[in-house]
Design a protein around this ligand. Structure first.
Ligand code: PLP
Length: 380
């Protein structure tokens, strides 16, 4: 194990901070990518937008490269630059925003735009020659980004994409993680229409891309494409209501700062949301909503809230989550067994990110992408 940073001043600060420790398992990340790559039947890219879902672009990209990943998707240009600095040979596609005024900068860094409007295609046709090839994003029913399918199919019929320096046609599912969702069936029809439109003619055999993480596990899907997993790479469960086929990548442990006895009837934390029903033992942890653990993990009359694992025992949060502190009820543990300095698991083992998301009235994606900047990050 080594600390994420080697700068001595930062190392010293990490050692003196009583910060929670975020451990990132890059070997598990690599194994997750290889599993999804095998399931793709074609090639899996790596979606590393939002700082690799909170894991860190500088941590995730080298591990993914080593595993064999050659294509990366990011949302922002600035994220693309960070990927390029780590991956000189990789294909890097920018999902958000066509930079008509900035194509020279795209050219300089060999970044590929994703075209999602007719005016992007028209501009790219005139200015994209010789740049890293673009992707064309069609909307098959999500109504978020992309050329509407009928417009897209008309374009596929009339345009030689390769001649226009477009090398990939993509779409995106709205509900691939929900088993049997009718909108997925409709979107799959759209995907099949794209497959048919690229089965012959000038665009025959052009690369296609439809699947996000959950798309790899759809019973009915278009195989053999470039897939775009994000969440599952980082250990998120792509299957709602089924066992997680992926390996956990992040673990969060917070130190106990203080342990106190609280008498029955006394309250804990802001707004007295927790009132001890019996004499209790409360441990206060160094972690809070400023670190990305949602305030909705707080325990209150109408919501049980979060859970922490103390020596393997599930202990409920007690009262509100503060900015930098969380109080948990450790009364169930043997008297005296929890002490200042002990590490308590907030994410990891039975507390996977999906469960933490559900306990906090959100989704695991939001837990991951909110992972805070103050953690001592340990890269394995
Ligand atoms: C974010 C994103 C993905 C990855 O989705 P996951 O559910 O995290 O696998 C794939 N494609 C596009 C277009 C995206 O925006």
């Amino acid at each position: 194990m080594c600390l994420a940073t080697s700068a001595k001043s930062r190392y010293t600060r990490l050692m003196l901070d009583q910060a929670a420790i975020l451990t990132i398992d890059t070997a598990a990340l690599a194994r997750n990518w290889r599993k999804l790559d095998a399931l793709s039947g074609g090639e899996a890219a790596g979606v590393v937008k939002a700082d690799a879902y909170g894991v860190g672009i500088e941590v995730a990209v080298p591990a993914l490269l080593k595993a064999g990943c050659a294509t990366f998707f990011v949302s922002h240009f600035s994220e693309g630059l960070r990927v390029r600095a780590l991956a000189p040979q990789a294909r890097v596609l920018i999902l958000n925003g066509y930079a008509a005024e900035g194509l020279a900068t795209y050219a300089e860094h060999r970044l590929s735009p994703v075209l999602y409007a007719p005016e992007h295609v028209a501009h790219w046709r005139g200015h994209g020659a010789g740049l890293a090839p673009a992707a064309l994003f069609l909307d098959t029913g999500m109504n978020r980004l992309g050329l509407p399918l009928t417009e897209g199919l008309a374009l596929l019929a009339g345009e030689n994409l390769r001649a226009a320096n477009i090398s990939l046609v993509m779409s995106h599912y709205a509900s691939s993680e929900l088993p049997g969702a009718p909108e997925t069936a409709l979107q799959l029809n759209g995907a099949r229409a794209i497959v048919a439109a690229t089965g012959q003619g000038p665009n025959a055999g052009i690369a296609l891309s439809f699947d996000n993480s959950a798309g790899h596990f759809l019973k009915d899907r278009v195989p053999g494409t470039l897939t775009r997993p994000g969440y599952a790479l980082y250990g998120g469960n792509p299957l709602v209501g089924a066992p997680n086929p992926m390996q956990p990548v992040v673990r969060l442990e917070a130190p106990v700062l203080q342990v106190r006895q609280v008498k029955a009837g006394e309250c804990v934390g802001y707004n007295a949301n927790f009132v001890a029903a019996r004499d209790s033992v409360i441990a206060t942890l160094s972690c809070g909503y400023a670190d990305g653990l949602p305030r909705n993990l707080g325990n209150r009359a109408d919501w049980p809230g979060g859970i922490a694992l103390v020596n393997g025992v599930e202990c409920p949060y007690a009262g509100n989550v503060s900015m930098d502190l969380i109080t948990i009820d450790v009364t169930a543990l043997p008297q005296g067994s929890v002490k200042a300095g002990d590490l308590v698991t907030l994410i990891g083992d039975a507390l996977d990110i999906d469960r933490v998301g559900a306990l906090g009235r959100t989704i695991g994606y939001e837990i991951l992408t909110s992972l805070g900047p103050r953690y001592a990050r340990v890269i394995r």
